[in-house]
Design a protein around this ligand. Sequence first.
Ligand SMILES: Nc1ncnc2c1ncn2[C@@H]1O[C@H](COP(=O)(O)OP(=O)(O)O)[C@@H](O)[C@H]1O
Ligand SMILES: [Mg+2]
Length: 358
Amino acid sequence: MFIESIELKNYRNIKELELKPHKKTSVLFGDNAQGKTNILESVYYCATGRSHRTNNDKELVNFKKDAAFIKIFVRDDYGRLDRIDITVRSNGKKGICINGLAVKRIGELLGTLNVVIFCPENLQLIKAGPGERRRFIDMEMCQIDKLYYYNLKQYYKVLKQRNNLLKNIKKPDDTLDIWDMQLAEYGADLIDMRNDFILKISDIAADVHAKITAGSEKLSLEYKPNTDKNHFYKKLVQNREKDIYYGNTSVGIHKDDMNFYINGVNVREYGSQGQQRTACLSTKMAEIELIKKEKDHYPVLLLDDVLSELDKKRQEYLINNIADVQTIVTSTGIDDNIKSICKDGSIFYVKDGMVEKQ
Ligand SMILES: Nc1ncnc2c1ncn2[C@@H]1O[C@H](COP(=O)(O)OP(=O)(O)O)[C@@H](O)[C@H]1O
Ligand SMILES: [Mg+2]
């Protein structure tokens, strides 16, 4: 799939913008703090219904305005054109329309536009806390599988209710049992789905990693569920007294994690910095291929200041392997690498929230 146009109004520092990205590569270049990442963020928002930088939607609205508007036209591989309109108000409320029809749930938006975003922080995925890795799993899976999104949403709703209850009771009661049963039920499905997802992405990432390292390193990803799905309910029951004491749920998929191994050795604990970064790059590249496999089309790739973070060999690998993927890349300068990926593409200069095609 590819984006035909992006229109923004009052979006962060962008007053008004219309940008027609190239079918292959578009480079947004300009100094820092001009609005390059803001543009990528708006695209990401249309794919996922949320920002990759903030949970607070109010931030997306220009300081001096009441509402921000995003409009994106996206064409799929069969020629079908979809229009996504999103309005975010300064009170944090948002409205989403697909082809002029309002959608009530973000679940209905998911899949209209698929994106993979790659920023320098993603190279820290292995070193970062488990929350980042869960976020990686969730953001990828929600784009692929609406059922996953729905279950995850229900799970967190029940978790919130359970945690509220824990804070208000002195000993376990019937309501707690209802939440425990529901949590274990949604949780079990999510554990299965996460397991399946990590097996799939591990296979693809292993292939990519083998190519980047000329076959010398075998990468594998392993799911580390916090609890076995068959013991989830039992564990909730066992931990009730403790959970009431702390006012928090101590077991569940909200504590899951994943591990990365190279040649059987845990990369987080024993890998060199270079190995960690390469494993992160391989995993990111695998995200693109997995979407292609599952959805039968390539996502749009958003590369935010990431090329300069990679050495020459890895840059080349990345560039040579995204030929079929519409890519929007930001950069503070135009160097040889940017020129080489832009042989087939457009260059846009971004300054003060305005964009000029070069
Ligand atoms: N809600 C907002 N209203 C107005 N300007 C904003 C808002 N949010 C962020 N900005 C501005 O956007 C700019 C940052 O844009 P960004 O896209 O991150 O820059 P870069 O070009 O470095 O990627 C900063 O100047 C910041 O002050
Ligand atoms: Mg930026």
